[in-house]
Design a protein around this ligand. Structure first.
Ligand SMILES: Nc1nc2c(c(=O)[nH]1)N[C@H]1C(S)=C(S)[C@@H](COP(=O)(O)O)O[C@H]1N2
Ligand SMILES: [Mo]
Length: 258
Protein backbone atom coordinates (compact mmCIF):
# COMPACT_ATOMS: atom_id res chain seq x y z
CA UNK A 1 0.00 0.00 0.00
CA UNK A 2 1.39 3.40 -0.90
CA UNK A 3 1.55 6.24 1.56
CA UNK A 4 -1.17 8.00 -0.37
CA UNK A 5 -3.59 5.10 -0.22
CA UNK A 6 -3.38 5.11 3.55
CA UNK A 7 -4.46 8.71 3.67
CA UNK A 8 -7.13 8.33 1.02
CA UNK A 9 -8.79 5.31 2.59
CA UNK A 10 -10.03 6.95 5.77
CA UNK A 11 -11.17 9.92 3.71
CA UNK A 12 -13.24 7.66 1.47
CA UNK A 13 -14.79 6.07 4.52
CA UNK A 14 -15.58 9.50 5.85
CA UNK A 15 -17.20 10.51 2.58
CA UNK A 16 -19.23 7.30 2.61
CA UNK A 17 -20.28 8.06 6.15
CA UNK A 18 -21.26 11.62 5.28
CA UNK A 19 -23.30 10.31 2.35
CA UNK A 20 -25.07 7.81 4.56
CA UNK A 21 -25.94 10.47 7.10
CA UNK A 22 -27.31 12.78 4.43
CA UNK A 23 -29.30 9.89 2.99
CA UNK A 24 -30.63 9.00 6.40
CA UNK A 25 -31.72 12.57 6.94
CA UNK A 26 -33.55 12.55 3.62
CA UNK A 27 -35.26 9.29 4.50
CA UNK A 28 -36.10 10.70 7.86
CA UNK A 29 -35.18 7.51 9.71
CA UNK A 30 -32.38 6.07 11.81
CA UNK A 31 -32.42 2.74 10.02
CA UNK A 32 -30.16 3.77 7.19
CA UNK A 33 -27.71 5.14 9.74
CA UNK A 34 -27.77 1.92 11.73
CA UNK A 35 -27.13 -0.19 8.65
CA UNK A 36 -24.01 1.78 7.84
CA UNK A 37 -20.93 -0.14 8.97
CA UNK A 38 -18.96 2.95 10.02
CA UNK A 39 -21.79 4.27 12.11
CA UNK A 40 -22.26 0.87 13.72
CA UNK A 41 -18.57 0.71 14.56
CA UNK A 42 -18.68 4.10 16.18
CA UNK A 43 -21.79 3.18 18.14
CA UNK A 44 -20.36 -0.11 19.37
CA UNK A 45 -17.09 1.50 20.48
CA UNK A 46 -19.13 4.09 22.39
CA UNK A 47 -20.96 1.21 24.00
CA UNK A 48 -17.69 -0.46 25.04
CA UNK A 49 -16.58 2.81 26.57
CA UNK A 50 -19.89 3.13 28.36
CA UNK A 51 -19.59 -0.41 29.73
CA UNK A 52 -16.11 0.31 31.02
CA UNK A 53 -17.24 3.52 32.69
CA UNK A 54 -20.19 1.63 34.13
CA UNK A 55 -17.88 -1.03 35.57
CA UNK A 56 -15.67 1.64 37.14
CA UNK A 57 -18.68 3.23 38.81
CA UNK A 58 -19.94 -0.16 39.97
CA UNK A 59 -16.54 -0.85 41.55
CA UNK A 60 -16.69 2.49 43.34
CA UNK A 61 -20.13 1.59 44.72
CA UNK A 62 -19.11 -1.87 45.96
CA UNK A 63 -19.28 -2.31 49.71
CA UNK A 64 -16.19 -2.54 51.89
CA UNK A 65 -16.02 -5.86 53.74
CA UNK A 66 -17.98 -5.91 56.98
CA UNK A 67 -16.89 -8.08 59.88
CA UNK A 68 -18.53 -9.74 62.88
CA UNK A 69 -18.38 -8.69 66.54
CA UNK A 70 -15.76 -11.37 67.24
CA UNK A 71 -13.40 -9.84 64.67
CA UNK A 72 -13.25 -6.48 66.46
CA UNK A 73 -9.77 -5.42 67.55
CA UNK A 74 -9.37 -5.49 71.34
CA UNK A 75 -7.47 -2.22 71.02
CA UNK A 76 -8.11 0.41 68.36
CA UNK A 77 -5.17 2.77 68.27
CA UNK A 78 -5.65 6.55 68.20
CA UNK A 79 -3.59 8.24 65.53
CA UNK A 80 -2.77 11.77 64.41
CA UNK A 81 -4.47 14.43 66.51
CA UNK A 82 -6.19 13.09 69.60
CA UNK A 83 -8.19 16.25 70.24
CA UNK A 84 -9.37 19.38 68.46
CA UNK A 85 -7.39 22.42 69.47
CA UNK A 86 -9.33 25.53 68.52
CA UNK A 87 -10.75 27.64 71.39
CA UNK A 88 -14.21 26.88 70.01
CA UNK A 89 -13.57 23.13 70.11
CA UNK A 90 -12.23 23.24 73.66
CA UNK A 91 -15.37 25.08 74.81
CA UNK A 92 -17.64 22.52 73.10
CA UNK A 93 -15.64 19.63 74.57
CA UNK A 94 -16.03 21.12 78.06
CA UNK A 95 -19.79 21.41 77.43
CA UNK A 96 -19.93 17.80 76.11
CA UNK A 97 -20.97 19.24 72.75
CA UNK A 98 -24.38 20.28 74.14
CA UNK A 99 -24.22 23.58 72.22
CA UNK A 100 -22.20 22.35 69.26
CA UNK A 101 -23.71 22.27 65.79
CA UNK A 102 -22.52 20.68 62.57
CA UNK A 103 -22.77 23.21 59.77
CA UNK A 104 -23.68 22.05 56.26
CA UNK A 105 -23.15 24.76 53.69
CA UNK A 106 -21.32 25.83 50.52
CA UNK A 107 -22.93 24.85 47.21
CA UNK A 108 -26.29 23.90 48.69
CA UNK A 109 -29.73 25.45 48.31
CA UNK A 110 -30.49 25.08 52.02
CA UNK A 111 -27.59 25.52 54.45
CA UNK A 112 -28.28 23.72 57.72
CA UNK A 113 -26.91 23.19 61.22
CA UNK A 114 -27.49 20.05 63.28
CA UNK A 115 -26.99 19.52 66.97
CA UNK A 116 -25.39 16.28 68.14
CA UNK A 117 -28.79 15.22 69.51
CA UNK A 118 -30.35 15.77 66.08
CA UNK A 119 -27.62 13.76 64.36
CA UNK A 120 -28.06 10.96 66.90
CA UNK A 121 -31.83 10.94 66.34
CA UNK A 122 -31.44 10.40 62.59
CA UNK A 123 -31.66 6.86 61.18
CA UNK A 124 -28.17 5.43 61.59
CA UNK A 125 -26.04 2.70 60.13
CA UNK A 126 -23.78 0.45 62.16
CA UNK A 127 -20.83 -1.22 60.46
CA UNK A 128 -17.83 -3.24 61.57
CA UNK A 129 -15.00 -2.46 59.19
CA UNK A 130 -11.24 -2.50 58.95
CA UNK A 131 -9.37 0.79 59.16
CA UNK A 132 -6.07 0.77 57.27
CA UNK A 133 -3.51 3.45 58.02
CA UNK A 134 -0.70 4.17 55.55
CA UNK A 135 1.71 4.02 58.46
CA UNK A 136 1.25 0.24 58.41
CA UNK A 137 -1.36 -0.68 60.99
CA UNK A 138 -4.96 -1.78 60.75
CA UNK A 139 -7.77 -2.16 63.25
CA UNK A 140 -11.33 -3.47 63.08
CA UNK A 141 -13.92 -1.31 64.78
CA UNK A 142 -17.66 -0.78 64.93
CA UNK A 143 -18.99 2.58 63.82
CA UNK A 144 -22.42 4.10 64.08
CA UNK A 145 -23.94 7.24 62.62
CA UNK A 146 -26.25 8.66 59.96
CA UNK A 147 -25.36 8.18 56.30
CA UNK A 148 -23.95 11.31 54.72
CA UNK A 149 -26.10 11.09 51.56
CA UNK A 150 -29.49 11.88 53.16
CA UNK A 151 -27.91 14.78 55.10
CA UNK A 152 -26.66 16.26 51.82
CA UNK A 153 -30.07 15.67 50.23
CA UNK A 154 -31.76 17.67 53.00
CA UNK A 155 -29.56 20.63 52.04
CA UNK A 156 -30.09 20.09 48.30
CA UNK A 157 -26.73 20.13 46.56
CA UNK A 158 -26.52 22.64 43.73
CA UNK A 159 -25.93 21.04 40.29
CA UNK A 160 -22.36 22.42 40.19
CA UNK A 161 -21.36 20.67 43.46
CA UNK A 162 -18.78 17.91 42.89
CA UNK A 163 -16.93 17.45 46.18
CA UNK A 164 -17.62 17.52 49.89
CA UNK A 165 -15.07 19.20 52.18
CA UNK A 166 -14.78 18.23 55.86
CA UNK A 167 -13.43 21.01 58.07
CA UNK A 168 -11.86 19.72 61.27
CA UNK A 169 -11.08 21.35 64.62
CA UNK A 170 -7.41 20.35 64.85
CA UNK A 171 -4.35 22.01 63.37
CA UNK A 172 -0.83 20.97 62.56
CA UNK A 173 1.01 24.21 63.22
CA UNK A 174 -1.03 26.81 61.36
CA UNK A 175 -2.71 24.33 59.00
CA UNK A 176 -6.16 23.03 59.85
CA UNK A 177 -6.85 19.36 59.10
CA UNK A 178 -9.38 18.95 56.33
CA UNK A 179 -10.38 16.28 53.87
CA UNK A 180 -12.51 15.94 50.75
CA UNK A 181 -14.38 13.20 48.90
CA UNK A 182 -16.32 13.12 45.65
CA UNK A 183 -20.06 12.54 45.36
CA UNK A 184 -19.68 8.83 44.60
CA UNK A 185 -18.12 8.32 48.02
CA UNK A 186 -20.39 10.91 49.66
CA UNK A 187 -23.42 8.85 48.59
CA UNK A 188 -21.80 5.45 49.20
CA UNK A 189 -24.04 3.52 51.64
CA UNK A 190 -21.16 2.96 54.08
CA UNK A 191 -20.20 6.65 54.21
CA UNK A 192 -21.42 7.80 57.60
CA UNK A 193 -20.87 10.57 60.12
CA UNK A 194 -19.98 8.40 63.08
CA UNK A 195 -20.99 9.54 66.56
CA UNK A 196 -20.60 6.05 68.01
CA UNK A 197 -17.70 3.62 68.16
CA UNK A 198 -17.59 0.06 69.51
CA UNK A 199 -21.02 0.49 71.10
CA UNK A 200 -20.17 3.73 72.92
CA UNK A 201 -20.21 7.45 72.28
CA UNK A 202 -17.27 8.28 70.00
CA UNK A 203 -14.28 8.93 72.29
CA UNK A 204 -12.55 12.33 71.96
CA UNK A 205 -9.33 10.79 70.65
CA UNK A 206 -11.21 9.05 67.83
CA UNK A 207 -12.80 12.29 66.63
CA UNK A 208 -15.66 13.48 68.88
CA UNK A 209 -18.26 14.72 68.34
CA UNK A 210 -18.33 13.15 64.86
CA UNK A 211 -15.88 11.67 62.40
CA UNK A 212 -16.18 10.56 58.83
CA UNK A 213 -16.16 6.89 57.92
CA UNK A 214 -15.64 6.49 54.19
CA UNK A 215 -14.88 2.81 54.21
CA UNK A 216 -13.43 2.34 50.74
CA UNK A 217 -10.49 4.59 51.53
CA UNK A 218 -7.41 4.71 53.76
CA UNK A 219 -7.14 6.07 57.30
CA UNK A 220 -6.20 9.65 56.54
CA UNK A 221 -9.50 10.22 54.69
CA UNK A 222 -11.44 9.36 57.90
CA UNK A 223 -11.63 12.98 59.12
CA UNK A 224 -12.06 13.43 62.89
CA UNK A 225 -13.43 16.41 64.90
CA UNK A 226 -15.68 17.56 62.02
CA UNK A 227 -17.11 21.04 62.54
CA UNK A 228 -18.38 21.87 59.12
CA UNK A 229 -19.27 20.16 55.84
CA UNK A 230 -19.00 22.25 52.72
CA UNK A 231 -20.13 21.36 49.21
CA UNK A 232 -17.90 22.72 46.45
CA UNK A 233 -17.29 22.47 42.73
CA UNK A 234 -13.53 22.09 43.20
CA UNK A 235 -11.38 21.05 46.14
CA UNK A 236 -8.40 23.03 44.87
CA UNK A 237 -9.87 26.13 46.55
CA UNK A 238 -8.95 24.76 49.99
CA UNK A 239 -5.69 24.46 51.89
CA UNK A 240 -2.82 24.10 49.44
CA UNK A 241 -5.19 22.77 46.81
CA UNK A 242 -4.68 19.00 46.87
CA UNK A 243 -7.86 18.08 48.68
CA UNK A 244 -6.67 17.29 52.19
CA UNK A 245 -4.09 17.97 54.86
CA UNK A 246 -1.84 14.98 54.10
CA UNK A 247 -2.37 15.40 50.37
CA UNK A 248 -1.07 18.98 50.74
CA UNK A 249 1.92 18.39 52.99
CA UNK A 250 3.07 14.87 52.11
CA UNK A 251 1.70 14.31 48.60
CA UNK A 252 -0.59 11.49 49.74
CA UNK A 253 -3.01 10.44 46.99
CA UNK A 254 -6.30 12.33 46.97
CA UNK A 255 -8.14 9.11 46.13
CA UNK A 256 -6.92 6.60 48.67
CA UNK A 257 -9.00 3.61 47.53
CA UNK A 258 -8.53 0.22 49.17
N1 LIG B 1 -8.98 15.74 62.12
C1 LIG B 1 -8.14 14.71 61.94
N2 LIG B 1 -8.59 13.61 61.33
C2 LIG B 1 -7.76 12.58 61.13
C3 LIG B 1 -6.40 12.61 61.53
C4 LIG B 1 -5.95 13.77 62.19
O1 LIG B 1 -4.79 13.91 62.60
N3 LIG B 1 -6.85 14.82 62.37
N4 LIG B 1 -5.58 11.52 61.27
C5 LIG B 1 -6.00 10.60 60.22
C6 LIG B 1 -5.26 9.35 60.19
S1 LIG B 1 -3.76 9.33 59.40
C7 LIG B 1 -5.78 8.19 60.67
S2 LIG B 1 -4.97 6.70 60.50
C8 LIG B 1 -7.05 8.18 61.40
C9 LIG B 1 -6.85 7.68 62.80
O2 LIG B 1 -8.09 7.52 63.42
P1 LIG B 1 -8.13 6.97 64.90
O3 LIG B 1 -7.46 7.99 65.79
O4 LIG B 1 -9.57 6.77 65.22
O5 LIG B 1 -7.34 5.69 64.90
O6 LIG B 1 -7.68 9.46 61.47
C10 LIG B 1 -7.48 10.28 60.35
N5 LIG B 1 -8.27 11.46 60.53
MO1 LIG C 1 -3.25 7.15 59.01
Amino acid sequence: MTKNAKIILPRRRLLKLAGASAGALLLGGCDALNKNKDVRNILSSAETLHKRAQRLIMDRNALAREFGESDMSPHFRMNGSITGDTAEYKRHLAEHFANWKLRVDGMVARPAAYSLAQLMAMPSREQITRHDCVEGWSAIGKWRGPQLGPILDRSRLLPAARYIIFHCADRFGPDPYYESIDLIDAYHPQTILAWGMNGEILPTGHGAPIRLRTERQLGYKQAKFIMRIEATDDYNKFGKGKGGYWEDVADYAWYAGI
